[in-house]
Ligand binder design. Structure first.
Ligand code: WQD
Length: 359
């Protein structure tokens, strides 16, 4: 009698597993008992991230270096892992400015990869799907905090449009397939794992605020530019809902468990992932200076086109239905981001030393 194939009831495919949110989510999944495989073509990420994951969890997670826009290669992953019971889909281009300059590249990459994945879901009858969406789907909200029922406004960029279209594609697909889905709308994920072994690795000059702050503080960038202090807010700078990457990653584990436990009431459910607190750019800078002890070199510049004045989440749905609790505050976000930047500098020094023969 051939040995019964061991089918893990919880093998999860994480796409974009070498990325910022993907890597932190793999750590949380593994630490909560899930078996994980990753797919990431490393076009916008580093394969070495998997070593950081192994150091934290003690587990080696396999990454398939595959472009999800290649259907045959994607299909082969499912053939090799027929016991995949859930997918968390992060893999996508996400630079707002770049999407404005190269819209077709964004539509082709972000939508073709999703459609290929869903074709495999259909073929292999994968039951659970969690999608990485963004608060950007709300555009410039009429009222804040935004709930999941807040109106979806015209996207501010082709990147934001691919998130809106992705949500609609998944919603329509789930109506006529067994798959149940959850759409997670992130606000502003920041910070790094407390171990400083994984964190955000922006490609080129960072467009997001917190890596721009830490790279300025450590001397990689000459000065931080604050994009406008003449907005109708308490100190004139924009308001956002910054949330620790580890709170975001744990929400993915809870979302998956929610699907596995069949707690859903619809085929496709939406959850806001934000702290519910709005914080201004200048307040973020003050918090960073407080926890790092570094006086940040910044100046006020003109507004950045496409920026919304203020947005932050009503997170009641995620807190109650997913039993999700926010563990980290703004100081934790700033200190973990700074420790990660310091770790990168140490690593670079070690790398240079090793590569120049100096011991
Ligand atoms: C935050 C605030 C800037 C940089 C974007 C995407 C969103 C998600 C997160 C992917 C704004 C100000 C920034 C700087 C600054 N991306 N700022 N100087 O624009 O809220 O969200 O990134 O999922 O989808 O839209 O984040 O960090 O770029 O900006 O003053 O050098 O910081 O003007 O007010 P954003 P951000």
């Amino acid at each position: 009698m051939p040995e019964e194939k061991q089918v893990s009831m919880s093998k999860i495919l994480v796409t974009g597993g070498c990325g910022y949110i993907g890597s932190h989510t793999i750590v949380d999944l593994v630490q909560n008992g899930f078996e994980v495989v990753s797919v990431d073509n490393n076009s916008r990420s580093h394969a070495s991230v998997m070593q950081g994951i192994e150091k934290i969890t003690g587990q080696k997670v396999k990454n398939y270096k595959v472009d999800l826009c290649n259907f045959d290669d994607t299909f082969a992953i499912f053939q090799e892992n027929e016991d995949i019971t859930g997918i968390i889909h992060f893999a996508a281009y996400k630079a707002v400015g770049e999407s404005v300059e190269q819209p077709l590249m964004y539509f082709e990459n972000n939508l073709n990869s999703l459609i290929n994945l869903l074709k495999c879901v259909q073929e292999f009858e994968t039951p659970h799907f969690v999608f990485s969406s963004s608060c950007t789907v709300y555009g410039n909200p009429d009222s804040i905090p935004v709930t999941e029922a807040s109106p979806i406004k015209p996207a501010e960029s082709p990147y934001g449009l691919t998130k809106q279209m992705g949500e609609q594609i998944i919603t329509e697909f789930s109506k006529v397939n067994e798959m149940h889905a959850i759409l997670l709308r992130y606000f502003n994920p920041v910070g790094a794992h407390p171990s400083s072994l994984i964190g955000e690795l922006p490609v080129g000059k960072p467009s997001n605020l917190v890596p721009a702050i830490t790279q300025t503080a450590i001397g990689k960038l000459p000065q931080l530019k604050v994009y406008g202090d003449d907005y109708p807010t308490r100190d004139g700078s924009c308001i956002r809902d910054y949330i620790h990457i580890c709170d975001i990653s744990h929400a993915h584990t809870l979302a998956l468990q929610y699907l596995i436990d069949k707690k859903y009431s619809e085929k496709c459910e939406v959850f806001n992932l934000g702290t519910g607190n709005g914080v201004t750019v200048l307040e973020v800078i003050k918090a960073f200076e407080k926890v790092s002890g570094v006086k940040l070199n910044y100046s006020i510049g003109p507004r950045r086109p496409g920026d919304v004045v203020a947005i932050y989440a009503n997170n009641d749905h995620a807190r109650t239905s997913l039993n999700w609790n926010i563990e980290y505050n703004l100081d934790d976000m700033m200190s973990s981001a700074w420790n990660w930047e310091l770790h990168l500098k140490q690593d670079e020094a070690l790398f240079n030393k090793q590569n120049t023969g100096l011991n």
